[in-house]
Design a protein around this ligand. Structure first.
Ligand code: ADP
Ligand code: ADP
Length: 228
């Protein structure tokens, strides 16, 4: 599903963000990427969506060679990825259901299909009763659920989450990762960046640690993971 082969990335200012990173992630896995600030976690995620291109090495997502993708193929790649951020990034002037529907409108899905899919994902994230509310009227945890619903409504190959619980209290965070587990159990591959060690242990999934742009550990069970 995801293949990084000897990936190097140095930014224009000379910052070494990734240094010979080789990572293989199978379809259906739930993988956590952790490490201190500046370790290269965001760069790893930006390479998946072609926001950043490597200086050398290859990045492959579902048979697409992202590292050498033609410009006109980039929207196609991004449509196959669902991305969730720490700060939710909902459209403030659209209701919950409009926020989710928007992801389908841009790909010109039929109105009937949009209606059905929006209702289905709202039910999955437990927010059917908030369909007509604006984001500002929801709690942080609820806003993140809307963002997750929007990310999965296109049935992405991979759900990518960059510090999705970074703005949430521990209890709300657990609810969010339980939702990720449900989504993962339905077959979606999940890659989640976190520096919350409690969460790593709680989830007990595969955890890849980055430090100074290098993979320093890769373990199948988060509970066995110890910060160096
Ligand atoms: P993390 O997400 O783990 O905090 P990043 O991938 O954001 O790490 O950053 C890795 C390194 O690359 C850091 O040294 C950071 O300062 C640098 N970096 C990240 N983005 C840029 C950029 N756009 N321009 C220059 N340097 C960057
Ligand atoms: P994150 O919380 O994801 O690690 P940061 O606060 O490190 O994000 O970075 C925010 C934005 O600034 C990102 O888009 C990142 O690529 C960029 N950035 C990070 N470090 C640098 C840097 N040294 N020079 C320029 N841009 C940077």
């Amino acid at each position: 599903m995801i293949d990084f082969n000897h990936v190097n990335k140095v930014y224009d200012n000379g910052s070494l963000a990734l240094d010979d990173v080789t990572i293989h992630i199978e379809k259906g896995e739930f993988v956590l990427i952790c490490g201190p600030s500046g370790a290269g976690k965001s760069t790893f995620i930006k390479l998946l969506s072609h926001e950043v291109v490597p200086d050398s090495g290859t990045v492959i997502v579902n048979d697409m060679e992202v590292s050498h993708l033609k410009k006109r193929k980039i929207p196609y790649l991004r449509r196959r990825l669902g991305i969730v951020f720490q700060d939710f990034r909902l459209l403030p002037n659209k209701t919950v259901s409009e926020n989710i529907a928007f992801a389908l409108e841009v790909i010109e899905e039929k109105p009937k299909v949009i209606k059905e899919r929006v209702a289905a994902v709202l039910e999955m994230v437990g927010l059917s009763h908030k369909a007509n509310d604006l984001p500002q009227d929801l709690s942080g945890g609820e806003q993140q659920r809307v963002a997750i619903a929007r990310a999965i409504v296109n049935k992405p190959l991979v759900l990518i989450a960059d510090e999705p619980t970074g703005n949430l209290d521990p209890n709300t965070s657990k609810g969010i990762v339980e939702l990720f587990k449900t989504i993962n159990n339905s077959g979606t591959t999940i890659v989640m960046v976190t520096h919350d060690m409690e969460m790593v242990k709680y989830l007990n999934k595969r955890v890849i640690a980055l430090e100074d742009g290098r993979v320093t550990s890769d373990r199948m069970r988060g509970a066995e993971f110890n910060e160096a």
